[in-house]
Design a protein around this ligand. Structure first.
Ligand code: SF4
Ligand code: SF4
Length: 669
């Protein structure tokens, strides 16, 4: 038996990793092996919010009998820790949204000539929701009003975040009843920090209720604003072909990677790499051209709109450098490993930081400024080109890559179901009501080096579609599926259950729809709201046969996302150990109590098979409560076997949750 530890379930990543390990190169995988996580902190039982502590509440009956020096109980400490994670996650997405608002404002004021409003229709849609007059007005005037109205959502002290009104009435009523309608993004973040300092709120339920308010400020505030402005400025996505893998880099071209989350600089770089002068400059340095690729969510943004290929998600960032083929890795914000700068010294890669908020010793800093966006993009691209002659021969060159179909915005999903004149969610609702589609799962969040990275995404994606569950994916879940070759219509033919396959073939879509970056999880909220409005299922987001899963979550942002989905009425299951696992009371509040109040929940479950069973159970229970036809596997469509031998081998092998279907178990066994 091969007892090799599987660190990543992505075959190409495993290949690069093995190459690096044989040369003693450190990565997040080797650091995860060395650094065991502290079980006290991991389960939420440690408090360090004041200097009488840190207080670690452990031992028998700790929940009832052990207290911090100030007297705080374990449920209070666990709830405070979780609430602070929500606040940090909301701050990240909030700042992202705010930066997008400032870019829109700069465009509207004519302060930047490099960005334009590409999707006027979307601007008008948003203006309509906000109650801003747009007919007969210059586009930039309407855009300015939209930007200023959104800006109020960050600093508002009283009242409601604008987009709350986009949720179904019943969902809003639940929020009103429990006092969690957010006032302003910054307001709710500040209150979490205030409430959770020493000597403040000592009621776990009260702390967690406010955490939900701060999370809603992310989902229906910061993130949703970000998605909409990105669509307005750079275009609402529609289906686009791309590629995914560490194999996207080219031996004979300048390889430039854009990594992080924000689309503004990335959009400029996309423009600049196609400029004939820039291509000529690359040729003058001995390259055949310029090859742009992405990483993490910046990749998702430019893939959704331009088909720029992705080299993968979070755990692939160091491995990308280890291919030895990247001239420059340009990073903006979030999920940038500080380790990149040191690692890059072993190769010729230049790591270029571009945000005032993200500086890394050892990296080159080129400050982004939207007022000089193209000029800065050109400087960066030239830096990458100048570095091409320094490329050394070492590195782990990968060639395999996979086709991807991305670009599924809410607008496109509506359009694909009825065309320009009859766009609606009727066909999807009907397919769910009939049981052709059993339910919908949002598969989201990070890939994690503490599990065989990407493996649980791959396992769940495959098993869910096999069970006639339509999957919508975002963030590094999309990268995990993309780098496994799962984001294609062929996936429906070969792996989806017969009912789901029938729907996918009729519409011509993959069974896993790539919705975009992490902020674009809000597309799921607006899709669910549209489905509720369409009728035939639940008349609120809660009660839909739908579940959210983040099987390899890492970040505070993911916790904030999980909480805004739970508060909006979606049962959510996170993989890995629970950050509130030390407290039974907090676990109960986040599952049973939240379900009673909002029809959503946030579970933590490390066993991938149990995640799958829980998700299907939630879906079936929701179907039953809605009195929909009982789901019968195989009732619809005819089994068609179109698999080649390689695909057949993957299916015939028992699904291996810890390595993913077709993961490196395949190679290693
Ligand atoms: S706030 Fe209380 S529980 Fe937390 S560190 Fe201070 S004394 Fe300990
Ligand atoms: S999914 Fe997680 S790791 Fe990936 S970009 Fe988003 S927050 Fe970062």
């Amino acid at each position: 038996m091969d007892d090799k530890v599987i660190k990543t379930a992505n075959k190409e990543a495993a290949q690069v990793l093995e190459w690096g390990e044989s040369r003693g190169i450190e990565t997040c995988f080797s650091r995860a092996e060395k650094l065991k996580s502290c079980p006290i902190g991991e389960s939420g039982a440690c408090c360090k919010v004041c200097h009488m502590g840190p207080c670690r509440l452990v031992g028998k009956n700790a929940e009832e009998e052990v207290h911090g020096i100030c007297g705080a109980s374990l449920p209070v400490i666990a709830a405070r820790n979780l609430a602070r994670m929500v606040a940090a996650g909301t701050a990240c997405h909030g700042d992202h949204g705010r930066d997008m608002v400032f870019t829109l404002l700069a465009v509207a004021n004519g302060e930047t000539k490099d960005f334009q409003i590409k999707d006027v229709k979307k601007l008008y849609k948003v203006a309509g929701i906000l109650g801003i007059e747009f007919e007969g007005r210059p586009v930039n005037d309407a855009a300015k009003d939209v930007a200023l109205r959104f800006l109020e959502d960050f600093g508002r002290q009283r009242g409601e975040v604008n987009y709350i009104k986009r949720a179904p009435k019943k969902t809003q009523e639940r929020w009103k009843k429990f006092g969690i309608i957010p006032r302003g993004v910054d307001r709710e973040i500040a209150e979490v920090l205030d409430r959770t300092t020493m000597g403040m709120d000592a009621d776990a339920d009260s702390i967690l209720t406010h955490a939900l308010r701060a999370a809603l400020a992310n989902g229906w505030g910061g993130s949703m604003i970000s998605t909409d402005i990105t669509d307005i400025l750079f275009g609402t996505p529609g289906p686009v072909k791309a590629e995914a893998s560490l194999g996207i880099f080219k031996d004979d071209e300048v390889n430039l990677v854009i990594h992080g989350h924000e689309p503004t600089l990335a959009e400029m770089i996309v423009d600049v790499v196609y400029e004939p002068e820039m291509i000529a400059y690359a040729k003058s340095k001995g390259a055949k051209g310029i090859n742009l690729g992405g990483m993490c969510c910046t990749a998702n943004e430019v893939m959704m709109r331009h088909g720029i290929p992705t080299a993968g998600g979070f755990t692939n960032q160091e491995l990308g450098i280890m291919t030895g083929l990247i001239e420059a890795m340009v990073v903006d914000v979030q999920c940038i490993m500080p380790a990149l700068a040191q690692l890059s010294k072993k190769f010729h890669t230049k790591v270029i930081t571009t945000s005032e908020k993200v500086k890394i010793p050892g990296a080159t800093h080129v400050q982004f400024d939207e007022h000089r966006a193209k000029e800065i993009a050109r400087e960066i691209v030239r830096t990458a080109i100048d570095n091409f002659p320094n490329r050394k021969t070492e590195g782990s060159h990968i060639t395999e890559k996979f086709p991807v179909i991305a670009g599924f915005s809410q607008e496109y999903i509506e359009y694909m179901q009825g065309g320009r004149w009859r766009a609606s969610f009727r066909p999807l609702n009907d397919a769910i009501m009939a049981g052709r589609i059993r339910g919908v799962v949002g598969l989201a969040g990070c890939d994690n080096p503490r599990v065989p990275a990407t493996g649980i995404h791959k396992f769940l994606a495959t098993e869910l579609i096999k069970n006639d569950v339509l999957v919508v994916s975002t963030g590094c879940s999309s990268a995990s599926c993309g780098t496994a070759g799962f984001l294609t219509p062929e996936m429906a033919l070969e792996h989806a259950g017969p009912g789901l396959r029938e729907v996918c073939v009729a519409i011509g879509i993959p069974p896993i729809l790539h919705l975009g970056a992490c902020v674009d999880n809000t597309r799921i909220l607006t899709i669910a709201s549209a489905m509720a409005e369409e009728g035939g299922l639940s008349d609120e987001i809660g009660g839909m046969p739908a579940v959210g899963i983040a099987p390899e979550f890492i970040t505070e942002k993911a916790i904030s996302i999980g909480c805004y989905f739970a508060a909006s009425g979606v049962p959510v299951i996170f993989g890995g150990e629970s950050p509130v696992g030390a407290s039974k009371e907090v676990t109960k509040i986040m599952t049973e109590v939240w379900f009673e109040r909002f029809m959503g929940a946030l579970h933590f479950e490390p066993d991938p098979e149990k995640i799958l069973a829980m998700a299907l159970n939630y879906i079936d229970k929701a179907r039953e409560a809605l009195k929909l036809r009982k789901y019968e596997p195989g009732k619809f469509g005819a089994e068609r076997v179109l698999m080649d031998m390689a695909a057949r081998r993957i299916l015939e092998k028992a699904a291996a949750p810890h390595a993913g279907v077709g993961g490196i178990n395949e190679a290693g066994s």
